[in-house]
Design a protein around this ligand. Structure first.
Ligand SMILES: CC(C)(COP(=O)(O)OP(=O)(O)OC[C@H]1O[C@@H](n2cnc3c(N)ncnc32)[C@H](O)[C@@H]1OP(=O)(O)O)[C@@H](O)C(=O)NCCC(=O)NCCS
Length: 366
């Protein structure tokens, strides 16, 4: 056996991938060679195609891809009935796990594991995740489930199904950018989990469920919900500084801050901050944005300036602020993250299947 134990697999390079590049020192993130800041202005369909197929689509390819995704939006009455049986105290993420598992039983490509079948299965999950998440949210609130619109963009349709009314143009663009910014992040824990499941040659739905279970944790995607709860708890810009000092005093982590790879500002956080500012202005309500800026300022002073620690806002900080303005309930936040991340998981699982070696590290016996 070679090497010492690297706790948390920190800085371990586990495999080669041509999907996403990160430079954690310079704060660079690229999908398939394109800066994420630029991709955030495209549509989710264009970016999920790029992630999955490794190239930009031609016009006809994009049209066919988008049409398939739109046509696959609906979930059947059985899945909606099962959603209604879920305990409404759970997070939407738990309902998404349950329904993804059930959905695999009814998939037309059940028991087929070739690349074409897996691409079709992946597209069905990309298409249906918004419907599952929004249907659960409405049932939980005692409301009727909204049938998907088959023409709206991926993001606009998500907000439409959540609320039952069309979003503004800015809201639609922002949720589209949110899905894009959430779509992939190299070997983050949930993607690594999904690839590990894939490496046993298990099926794609099982791999995605592995990803969902991993994303849920508060050190990973669950931090977004924690950020929303933190904003509610602070409730006024005046309370931000004390909140941060209190966290330091209690040796607790500040959610939405710090990162295993970035030792500088997370490039996604910069885009989210701008989106948060824009939506706050459209709503003529700067409260959440101002609280967030105060938290960021206090964290910079305490962690970076006073303690020399590279703890900056990560992807979950200003996205939590954006979700406040989009009226996304905190218990939905991680599932909304997964609704974006699903295309990255699919891309990674397809890459893993195409050149597979079982992922099986060793432990040092003590
Ligand atoms: C993401 C995260 C798990 C990365 O952790 P990691 O690479 O294992 O780093 P560590 O937890 O070992 O932290 C290294 C140091 O920075 C501190 N630190 C890291 N993130 C911190 C945070 N959010 N708040 C306060 N201190 C933090 C640790 O306390 C530790 O300090 P020490 O060296 O004095 O003990 C961590 O930053 C974290 O828990 N963040 C909050 C949760 C979050 O936002 N997750 C979403 C990530 S995208």
């Amino acid at each position: 056996m070679k090497g010492e134990v690297e706790t948390g697999l920190e800085n371990v390079v586990a495999l080669e991938s041509s999907i996403t590049f990160i430079d954690g020192e310079k704060g660079i993130l690229q999908y398939r060679g394109y800066d994420v800041e630029k991709l955030a202005n495209l549509t989710y369909d264009e970016v999920s195609y790029l992630l999955i197929h490794g190239k930009n689509p031609e016009d006809e390819e994009l049209e066919a891809y988008s049409r398939t995704l739109k046509d696959e939006r609906r979930i059947g009455s059985t899945l909606i009935e099962v959603l209604g049986f879920c305990n409404f105290n759970i997070e939407a993420m738990d309902a998404l796990k349950t329904i993804t598992s059930l959905m695999s039983h009814c998939d037309p490509d059940l028991n087929t594991n070739n690349p074409q079948a897996n691409t079709r299965k992946g597209m069905r999950m990309i298409a249906k995740f918004p419907t599952i998440v929004t249907s659960f949210s409405r049932l939980k609130r005692g409301m009727n489930v909204i049938e998907p619109d088959y023409e709206m963009s991926h993001g606009a349709n998500f907000l439409y199904m959540l609320r039952g009314s069309r979003p503004t143009n800015l809201e639609a663009r922002i949720i589209e950018s949110d899905f894009i910014l959430s779509a992939d992040h190299e070997l983050n824990p949930s993607t690594f989990a999904a690839r590990t499941v894939t490496s046993t040659l298990s099926d794609l739905h099982s791999a995605v469920i592995g990803g969902l279970c991993t994303l849920k944790g508060p050190l990973h995607g669950g931090a977004r919900m924690a950020v929303m709860n933190m904003l509610d708890e602070i409730d006024s810009p005046k309370g931000a500084q004390n909140f941060v000092l209190h966290k330091i005093e209690k040796h607790e982590k500040l959610m939405g801050f710090g990162h295993r790879v970035y030792k500088t500002y997370d490039p996604r956080a910069r885009v989210y901050k701008q989106l948060a500012r824009e939506i706050a202005m459209e709503k003529n309500d700067m409260k959440w944005f101002e609280i967030a800026e105060k938290i960021e300022g206090a964290a910079y002073e305490e962690y970076v300036q006073n303690r020399g620690k590279p703890i900056y806002p990560n992807v979950d900080f200003y996205s939590g602020v954006v979700y406040k303005y989009l009226d996304i309930p905190p218990k939905l936040a991680t599932a909304v993250f997964a609704t974006g991340r699903i295309s990255g998981w699919i891309a990674h699982c397809l890459e893993q299947y195409s050149d597979n070696r079982l992922i099986r590290p060793r432990a040092k016996f003590v």
